[in-house]
Ligand binder design. Structure first.
Ligand SMILES: C[S@@+](CC[C@H](N)C(=O)[O-])C[C@H]1O[C@@H](n2cnc3c(N)ncnc32)[C@H](O)[C@@H]1O
Ligand code: SF4
Length: 381
């Protein structure tokens, strides 16, 4: 039996010449902008789409990075804000330029308002085998508070459309700690999610990100953060989903056995990845960079034959190890005790306090430790 969904301590940013096995593609378009979201995105703009698609394919060529993709993740933004024709154009272009022979997981993020039978079929026909849909809540009032473009009924219809089209691996995203949300509303949302029975669930505590309308409301005193209430929401999440047979394999991620997101696990264990599109990060060997967070500058850069990279940095081996340990600790597989002991002096105290626990020769967070995961990670990075 394999302990991990993907070899966690292999290929940790090894030689830059080795083929990179993980690809991220950022599509920055959304039907409507949600007031809490700080991902790089903009309202869909028909005039930009075709040049943008050509730029993505152009970036792949310009990067000249050898790729042998085991996982691909299309995120955003909303990748399915693209039309059928545009998706077909992009994915056909990728097939012409990429080695898909080792591919085992290809995820597409979807917003429920952008799902159709034909889109789902097109994605499956191109080799996509995992859909991640942003639901956030099954409460109509909270969907309004969250500024979502879709209704509860649309989520249910879209889920049904995906299943009928033949999608066998579905993740649903949820947010708790939404202004005005009650524990009963969250329990009802979890119950409805379980009734649908996706293979994977992500449950995120609302973060008030700078540069969002939500952050402004927090600053203005219109919204409040209640960390005790958030902790209770989180405890209910862990209890409810574990009881229903989902394994919590990372702070915010729950999966039926065998359905962990291999792409994210690869990130957490420090594997190299190439990111295409505006704002996308890449880490290859000891180099990390981000693409410019501006679609027009991104397109202009690629058109003039330049990779529009910013924030390029060199990562020394100690930094890479610290990052891998900080992320690895948040997973159910944890990290080797001998490695962690070398970098956290507080390890014996944290074991004694019940924030960390041993699993064989590895150390991982306990349920209590998950509540204070960020402060534990701060000891490492
Ligand atoms: C990039 S979005 C992609 C999903 C798709 N665009 C949609 O919204 O339907 C990925 C997920 O991040 C989560 N998310 C975004 N902003 C967040 C925030 N400020 N706090 C917590 N979770 C957030 C949401 O659950 C969202 O579904
Ligand atoms: S949550 Fe999704 S749909 Fe909403 S703005 Fe962010 S990326 Fe777009």
């Amino acid at each position: 039996m394999r302990l991990y969904p993907i070899g966690p301590e292999s290929n940790q940013g090894s030689a830059t010449t080795a083929a990179v096995r993980h690809l991220y593609v950022h599509i920055p378009f959304c039907l409507q902008i949600c007031p809490y979201c700080s991902f790089y995105k903009e309202a869909s703009d028909r005039n930009k789409t075709q040049p943008f698609l050509d730029s993505l394919l152009g970036e792949l060529q310009l990067a000249g990075q050898e790729l042998r993709c085991e996982t691909i993740f299309f995120g955003g933004g909303t990748p399915t804000a693209l039309s059928l024709k545009q998706l077909d154009y992009l994915l056909t272009g990728l097939h012409r330029n990429l080695d898909f022979s080792a591919l085992r997981e290809w995820t597409f993020e979807m917003n429920p308002a952008t799902v159709s039978h034909d889109k789902a079929r097109l994605l499956l026909d191109h080799g996509v085998n995992r859909i991640s849909m942003g639901v956030q809540s099954f409460d109509p009032g909270l969907l309004k508070t969250l500024g979502r473009v879709h209704s509860v009924e649309q989520v249910l219809r879209s889920y049904d459309v995906l299943r009928k089209a033949g999608v066998r691996n579905v993740n649903l995203d949820f947010i708790f700690g939404v202004p005005g949300q009650t524990p009963d509303q969250w329990r009802d949302t979890l119950a409805e999610a379980l009734r649908l029975g996706p293979e994977h669930l992500s449950a995120y505590c609302l973060t008030y990100e700078e540069d969002t309308a939500y952050f402004e409301k927090l600053q203005a005193g219109e919204y409040f953060q209640d960390s005790d209430q958030d902790a209770r929401f989180y405890e209910v999440t862990m209890e409810t989903l574990e009881r229903a047979g989902y394994e919590q394999y990372e702070i915010s991620n729950f999966a039926r056995p065998g359905y962990e997101c291999a792409h994210n696990v690869a990130y957490w264990y420090g594997e190299d990845y190439l990111g295409l599109g505006p704002s996308a990060y890449s880490t290859v060997g000891s180099r990390r960079w981000q693409n410019v967070c501006d679609t027009e500058k991104y397109i202009a850069g690629i058109r003039s034959g330049h990779l529009p990279r910013i924030n390029e940095e060199r990562l020394d081996p100690a930094t890479k190890t610290a990052e891998r340990l900080a992320f690895g600790l948040r997973t159910r597989w944890g990290v080797p005790e001998r490695e962690l002991a070398g970098v956290i002096q507080e390890l014996p105290a944290m074991l004694a306090q019940g924030h960390l626990e041993r699993a064989g020769e590895r150390i991982r967070l306990t349920a209590r430790g998950r509540l204070v995961a960020d402060s534990i990670a701060e000891l490492l990075v």
